[in-house]
Ligand binder design. Structure first.
Ligand SMILES: [Zn+2]
Length: 424
């Protein structure tokens, strides 16, 4: 480029960026996810897609748009860290059947159109970032992410895994061997250590932001070997990608920890010893929990049985993780059609944590700051501070004392500096 033209472009760039319109949000209360406390009387200045400043009595340009959120609590856009936007199962069905239907009857076109509708419900729920962890065909998650990024459809910021890397059978039990090639439409089945490395390279090549593996194949009963998982972790880390493991049983959790994964999903049978090890190694834990009400709906079990189950398993292991100071990240794994919008249903996981005894401040941290650390973007997402993405929401009510009610009263949503839901 010739010097004069270069100069012209620099002047043009500076001029055009200087002209980006500012928005000033006047907030009642603001959740500071780094200090883990609420601040009062704060103002947030947004320019373009970034937060320019947060503080009191900020000086602004004359033509700045003012948004009055003084009656509400302002939070960073929420982060859902375990989703399957391209998969939804009716209450009385199973993964094998629904996956086969999607592959053979729904097809990629209809599947992605339905997913795009689901994606929008997350913005409605104040969830501005979603981590999508597989069961998305052959990289349909990447396509969905691209469509959102280019503005073709509205949806949350997506971070996607591509096909889940798994041992033979994936998570589809009951298949006839003759048709097991269909499993490879949903999962990246690996044969050995070398193939495991190739699988990681493939997923990254075709657009995965992170790697998801099946440390156990529940409901199938096979699993990746520790050597295969180690190879996956080493390869992924070479390309600066994190690895998170579906691990439900004790052995799978322990194997995945030995292999060096960055995160454990579900961890239903997490023993105290593993929780301690996870805390020591800084491994994230995503407890994909259901509320008592959703579990009653889903299982048909009476209330007493549900309460007993929760106390003895789900709540117990979450409390032990809390006691050991494991880094907890909120993720719902909500792939069941409960007859309510997906984003709304997913947010119930926060209520499940509350039912287990987690404090509102800790719950909010799990779906903001800790989640953004797990995404390797601690200064850009899940925080309201200078230079973070302007993903900002506001809720009505008392989050500290009426969390279960207030978190569903979304009154304002801004994503990447654009107002999605305006305050009325
Ligand atoms: Zn899942």
């Amino acid at each position: 480029m010739r010097p004069l033209i270069t100069l012209f472009f620099i002047v043009f760039w500076v001029f055009s960026h200087g002209q980006e319109k500012q928005i000033l949000i006047k907030a009642g209360k603001v959740f500071d996810s780094e200090q883990k406390k609420f601040l009062t009387n704060q103002e947030i200045l947004v320019q373009g897609n970034l937060i320019k400043e947060i503080g009191t009595k900020l000086s602004v340009q004359k033509e700045t748009t003012i948004i009055d959120l003084t009656n509400y609590t302002v939070l960073p856009g929420l982060i859902e860290s375990h989703m399957h936007l391209l998969y939804l199962e009716p209450m009385k069905s199973n993964l094998t059947l629904e996956n086969l239907k999607m592959i053979t009857m729904e097809g990629d076109g209809l599947r992605i159109l339905r997913a795009s509708k689901r994606a929008k419900t997350f913005l409605d729920a104040g969830i501005t970032t979603v981590k999508d962890l597989g069961n998305s065909g052959q990289f349909l998650d990447v396509a969905l992410k691209m469509a959102i990024n280019e503005g073709t459809i509205e949806g949350p910021r997506l971070f996607v895994s591509g096909p889940i890397i798994s041992s033979v059978g994936g998570q589809m039990p009951g298949m006839n061997k003759k048709y097991d090639h269909l499993i490879s439409e949903e999962y990246r089945i690996v044969k050995d250590v070398e193939d495991a490395k190739l699988a990681v390279q493939e997923n990254i090549t075709y657009g995965a932001d992170l790697i998801k593996i099946c440390a156990d194949n529940t409901p199938n009963n096979t699993s990746l070997s520790i050597e295969q998982m180690k190879a996956i972790v080493e390869t992924a880390h070479r390309y600066n990608k994190k690895v998170t493991a579906h691990a439900t049983g004790e052995k799978a959790i322990s194997d995945a920890i030995i292999a060096g994964v960055d995160g454990i999903e579900h961890g239903y049978q997490l023993p105290e010893s593993s929780a301690r090890l996870m805390a020591k190694k800084g491994i994230y834990f995503v407890p994909t929990d259901l509320t008592a009400e959703l579990l009653m709906n889903y299982s048909g079990m009476p209330k007493e049985a549900v309460t007993k189950y929760l106390e003895n398993s789900q709540f117990k292991r979450l409390r032990s993780a809390m006691k050991e100071n494991v880094k907890i990240v909120a993720g719902s794994d909500n792939y069941i059609d409960f007859g309510i919008p997906q984003g709304e249903a997913a947010k119930r996981v926060l209520v499940a944590y509350h039912q287990a005894g987690m404090s509102p401040i800790d719950i909010l941290t799990s779906c903001t700051k800790t989640a953004s650390e797990f995404l390797s973007l601690p200064d850009k997402l899940g925080v309201i501070k200078k230079d973070a993405f302007a993903d900002i929401i506001a809720v009505e009510g008392d989050l500290e004392n009426e969390f279960d009610k207030s978190i569903f009263q979304i009154r304002f949503v801004m994503t990447n500096g654009k107002i999605y839901k305006e305050v009325k």
